[in-house]
Design a protein around this ligand. Structure first.
Ligand code: CAA
Length: 259
């Protein structure tokens, strides 16, 4: 366990597990909490023993949004000039693959934080939403962009303009969520996926994530060009030589970190 004040951090094998831990406020995301999450993500990127990060909340809430009490008296000069959510954006730049384990509410900044991860695995109890409109604002940590890329304009407009919550099954149908499982199967399903990712070559998972993310940021031709360059680059790595040799020799690969 950890010395952090707002999160609990542990490591299981090559998986770093980060649990948001402000239960009384349904894991509302204040700046100290987000800076703690960011520091774990950045440390994971430098740590060869970490192949995947799991981000989770409690049974009742992944996170019920940015901390409204922290934001209520802020003005334009602060939100635009200081740009506090610029720090949040850095979590989305983590190179290590990230899996969000969502149970209960993932609202506002909570939904945005889940979407900064590379895949979301949800319990049937999960409720996603961008209810900022009910506070007289709009999503401010990437929600209008990432949600629209994930679920398309029709549903993104529905969620952002009405503020309604979307259940797990609808979220899976819409492409926001990779897998939905019963609440008591969530932990095992998430750890199984995270361990599978963490068991691959790290340079290859980082490259795969990088290439898939290009699809969100570029046109098709440019995106395929970027994919081809990263793909070709992997042929200069030990892990590519080893992975293919192991396949042909019918044995388990020994990745660079294990040598
Ligand atoms: N910020 C601060 N505190 C919050 C919070 C938030 N986002 N969400 C919940 N809490 C607090 C509540 O104030 C309450 O505290 P007290 O016990 O001290 O009163 C505690 O958590 C429990 O919440 P509720 O009593 O409201 O629990 P509930 O089960 O009745 O309702 C809920 C749950 C529907 C999630 C409701 O709490 C809610 O609507 N929360 C706010 C959701 C929201 O608007 N999120 C967007 C925030 S803005 C944002 O995120 C901007 C951005 O883009 C980054």
């Amino acid at each position: 366990m950890s010395d952090f004040e707002n999160i609990l951090v542990s490591q299981e094998g090559r998986v770093k597990v980060v649990q948001l831990n402000r239960p009384k406020a349904l894991n509302a995301l204040n700046m100290p909490l987000m800076l703690e999450v960011l520091s774990v993500c950045q440390a994971a990127d430098r740590d060869e023993t970490v192949g995947c990060i799991v981000l989770k909340g409690s049974e009742k809430a992944f996170a019920a949004g940015a901390d409204i009490t922290e934001m209520a008296d802020k003005d334009f000069e602060h939100m635009y000039g200081v740009n506090p959510f610029g720090e949040w954006d850095k979590i989305g730049q983590t190179r290590t693959p990230m899996v969000a384990s969502v149970s209960g509410f993932a609202l506002g900044g909570g939904c945005e934080l889940a979407m900064m991860c590379d895949m979301i695995i949800a319990s049937t109890t999960a409720k996603f939403g961008q209810p900022e409109i009910t506070l007289g604002i709009i999503p401010g940590a990437g929600g209008t962009q990432r949600l629209t890329k994930a679920v398309g304009k029709a549903k993104a407009m529905d969620l952002c303009l009405t503020g309604r919550f979307m259940g797990a099954e609808e979220a899976e149908r819409s492409g926001l969520v990779a897998r939905v499982v019963e609440p008591d199967a969530l932990e095992a399903e998430v750890m199984k996926a995270a361990n599978t990712i963490a068991g691959q070559s790290k340079v290859a998972t980082v490259a795969g994530k990088d290439a898939v993310n290009r699809a969100f940021e570029t046109g098709l031709t440019e995106g395929i060009g970027a994919e081809r360059r990263v793909f070709a680059g992997l042929f200069s790595t030990h892990d590519q030589k080893e992975g293919m040799a192991a396949f042909m020799e019918k044995r388990t690969p020994v990745w660079k970190r294990d040598r």
